[in-house]
Each structure stands twice: as C-alpha cells, then as structure tokens.
Ligand binder design. Structure first.
Ligand SMILES: NC(=O)c1ccc[n+]([C@@H]2O[C@H](COP(=O)([O-])OP(=O)(O)OC[C@H]3O[C@@H](n4cnc5c(N)ncnc54)[C@H](O)[C@@H]3O)[C@@H](O)[C@H]2O)c1
Ligand SMILES: O=C(O)[C@H]1O[C@H](OP(=O)(O)OP(=O)(O)OC[C@H]2O[C@@H](n3ccc(=O)[nH]c3=O)[C@H](O)[C@@H]2O)[C@H](O)[C@@H](O)[C@@H]1O
Length: 386
C-alpha cells in the first residue's frame, strides 16, 4: 500500500483505532473502508458482529491481523479502559438510535446515549486519547421556521431552517414528548465532551450524521430482527416493498429529510480520522443538502426504484396513512426539516457528498432485494405449508 498523506501533504502514520459499536450499520462500513483502503488497525467492540463477520473470517483475508473483535457491553465491562489505552483514537458509535425506542424505552435510550458514554469520555480524557464521538442531527430538534404561520414568507428564508453547528439553537418538544429523550441525551454528552475539550484539553471531534442510509442499515422484521420491531424508515419501507405491502406514511409523510449515501459519509469520517489537526475541536454536520425529500416523496421514489430493480409491478395503492400514535405510540413527535449547513466541514476537510438520492436508492434496494427477497418468500410460504 502506498504511503497515505493527509490534506496537508504529510505522511499518515498507521493508527490503532478502538471502535465502539463497530458491529452496527455505520461501524460495519467504516471497518470495511479502513480494512480495504488504509493500513490502520481496528479493535472492534460490540455486543454483535453479524454485520462485520465478512471482515473477520476467514483468516486468509488480506487484512487479517488488522481487525480484532471484542464482544463486550460497555455498560459493564472492565476491559473497556484497557482497550482505549491500547489505541491512538477511540470512535464511539454505540447507542440506541431508532425512533421507535425513544418514546417506548426512554430510560434505556437516555442511559445508552448519555450514561454509558460517560466512561468512554472519561477514559479518553484521563489517558490523553483522541475521541471521535457520534452524535446526531436530532440535537437540532425542530427548525425555527416550524413555529411560523404556515403561509409566512419567512419559511422560505434559509436563516429559518438551515441547521448550522455553531449558531442554530436546539429546539425540542415538551417532556411528555418522550421522543426527544434521545436528542436531549445526545446534546448533554456533546456539551460534556465540549467542556472536557475546553477545561481539560480533550482532543475531540463530534459528528452529527443527517440520515445516512445504505446496505446493512437496521434489520428486516421477522428475517434478521424481531417481527414486531420497528427499524428506521429505510428498513421499514424496504420491508413493505419486499412483502408487497403498502408503505406506511406517518402523519401524512410531510416531514422532510435529507438522505446521504453511507459510502459518501464514510469518506468524511476517514478525513476526520486522518486529519486530526483539522478535525479536533470541531462539531461536523455530515449530510447531503441536495437530497431533500418529504417522507411521502421518499416512499414514491423507493416504490419506483424497487419496481425497476426487482422487476415487480407496483401495487394499486402503494402507500397508506397511519397516525404517529398508532405507529410509534404515545409521546412521539418529529423533526420537521433537516438541511445541514456544509460550511464548516467544507472549510476544514474540503469534503462534499456526491451521490444523488435516486442512485443511492438504486444500489441500496438492489442490495435489499438480493439479500432478502428469497428469505421473505420462504417466510411467507411457511405458515400455509405447515
Ligand atoms: N445512521 C444514521 O444515519 C445516524 C444518524 C444520526 C446519528 N447516528 C449515530 O451514529 C451511531 C451509529 O449509528 P448506526 O446507524 O450505525 O446504529 P446501529 O444501531 O446500527 O449501531 C450501533 C451499534 O452499537 C452497539 N451497541 C449499542 N450499545 C452497546 C453497548 N452498551 N456495548 C457495546 N455495543 C453497543 C449495537 O450493538 C450496534 O451494533 C449512533 O451513535 C447513532 O446515534 C446515526
Ligand atoms: O438518521 C438520522 O439522521 C437520525 O434520525 C433518525 O430519526 P428519523 O429521521 O426521524 O428516523 P426514521 O425512522 O428514519 O424516520 C424518518 C421519517 O419517516 C417517518 N416514517 C418512518 C417509518 C415508516 O414506516 N413510515 C414513516 O413515515 C418518520 O415518522 C419520520 O418522519 C434517528 O433518530 C436516528 O437514527 C438518527 O439520529
């Protein structure tokens, strides 16, 4: 492998990275990238490893020896500090991060996103280790514009909706709206990390992902996850399409999101890893402002793309409306619109997303069809056969 250089032309020394939550969606893509394109070593920590099995076995893989899996729960495992000490850099991805959990399991959500992250921050700070912590775009909550009258011309003014790391406020709903337990816990851990940076000199970078999507995201209920489980929207809609059911639009599907292809986002994380002087002390939005749609438009586009990649016809009624109470339960609320400002990441790392929503859905739904269509057919056929 040729010597890698950073954005300032300096050679990059091989690093040892302690990656917590490496077995999840983002972790699996980050491990894949680090193994195939860099000389860095990864200590991969997680409770599960199904999504990175292909990187761990067999022993003859070209990167064998550079990735080591440690099955552990950071809630209660004394090995954590030792592993952080062994590494040059810690990346913390571990979290409960599906909206269906925020209002039904708020205690677990708060513990996972705040309390369980505390020792990680402490060990990094005490041992002078760099930390890249995964937060979320949900810390912005609702836009200022959402409080204006529906017909206010100010709603068209980006100052009222574009989300900027150093100036936008964090606007959450009332305590009864337990959906915000996640955003609030993430906000507090961000504030703690920032304070460690200011008071004790912790070298940190905070990442705020804006709806990263792609293969291996979450699970398909009843196939590789619980039948009653509710994953994030990409997996919910994929599941509906695979089962030839209408896609469920929560509260009319009017909320807006910007979706980014996981592979574009991972490029940004790699730049952060390899350019500490440019990334330390910063909070970065990582999203694709050009890929904005309403959830209804996302459903329509996924329906069209899935018909193309699977060769199946589209249902007569491809979508159905459901209330948020019915779908998520009491205490659900929503972010209205999420457009990331890209000024800081552009200035510090020169990074820009590349992939259009259509293209990322085409590659992702091709993967979903190839991975799950047969298993779904079998699971549907089973009950009637028995
Ligand atoms: N995917 C996105 O677009 C997105 C958006 C915003 C924020 N994030 C944040 O990025 C991070 C990773 O997200 P993801 O989409 O990969 O989620 P994910 O659920 O796929 O991955 C999280 C991983 O952490 C592991 N984990 C959780 N608690 C643990 C514990 N106590 N000990 C050990 N491992 C534990 C889980 O087993 C899982 O494999 C999370 O912090 C999430 O809040 C992701
Ligand atoms: O990915 C992100 O950036 C963040 O956003 C997600 O939050 P959200 O975008 O609300 O979660 P999704 O489950 O992906 O839902 C997106 C929208 O689709 C809607 N939805 C979801 C599922 C469904 O079947 N139908 C449907 O209309 C939701 O109500 C919501 O408005 C999660 O909070 C986190 O994983 C993460 O922090």
């Amino acid at each position: 492998m040729a010597t890698r250089t950073d954005l300032d032309g300096r050679p990059i020394k091989p690093l040892t990275i302690c990656m917590i939550g490496a077995g999840g969606f983002i972790g699996s893509h980050l491990c894949e990238k680090l193994m195939s394109e860099t000389p860095h070593k990864v200590l991969a920590l997680d409770v599960y490893n199904d999504k990175i099995k292909h990187l761990l076995e067999p022993d003859s893989l070209p990167w064998a020896g550079r990735i080591q899996f440690h099955r552990l729960n950071i809630k209660h495992d004394s090995r954590l500090e030792g592993l952080i000490k062994m590494a040059d850099l810690t990346i913390n991805l571990a979290a409960i991060c599906t909206p269906a959990d925020y209002n039904t399991r708020p205690l677990d959500t708060i513990y996972s996103n705040f309390i369980d992250a505390l020792p990680v921050v402490k060990y990094c700070s005490e041992n002078n280790k760099r930390l890249i912590h995964f937060s979320t775009c949900e810390v912005y909550g609702k836009t200022i514009g959402s409080f204006l009258p529906k017909d206010s011309p100010l709603r068209q003014d980006p100052a009222y909706y574009v989300l900027k790391e150093d100036t936008s406020p964090c606007i959450f709903g009332s305590i009864e709206k337990q959906r915000w337990s996640y955003a609030c816990a993430k906000q507090l851990i961000e504030r703690l990390i920032y304070a460690e940076g200011a008071e004790t000199g912790l070298e940190f970078t905070i990442v705020r992902p804006f709806n990263w999507i792609g293969p291996r995201m979450d699970f398909i209920p009843g196939i590789d996850g619980p039948s009653e489980g509710v994953p994030r929207v990409l997996a919910c809609f994929s599941n509906n399409l695979l089962r030839r059911e209408p896609l469920k639009l929560v509260d009319g599907g009017e909320s807006q999101r910007t979706f980014i292809y996981i592979k574009d986002a991972i490029e940004a994380v790699l730049l952060m890893i390899e350019n500490p002087d440019r990334a330390n002390g910063h909070i970065f939005n990582v999203g694709n402002p050009n890929n904005e749609v309403t959830v209804r438009q996302l459903a329509e586009m996924m329906t069209k793309v899935y018909a193309k990649v699977s060769g199946e016809t589209v249902l007569e009624s491809p979508t159905v409306d459901v209330s948020s109470k019915e779908f998520y339960g009491e205490g659900y609320d929503d972010s209205d619109k999420r457009i990331p400002d890209m000024t800081i990441i552009n200035k510090q790392l020169g990074w820009n997303p590349k992939t259009s929503l259509w293209d990322l859905l085409e590659s992702t739904l091709t993967y979903q069809h190839r991975t799950y269509a047969e298993a779904i057919k079998k699971s549907i056929a089973k009950p009637s056969a028995s």
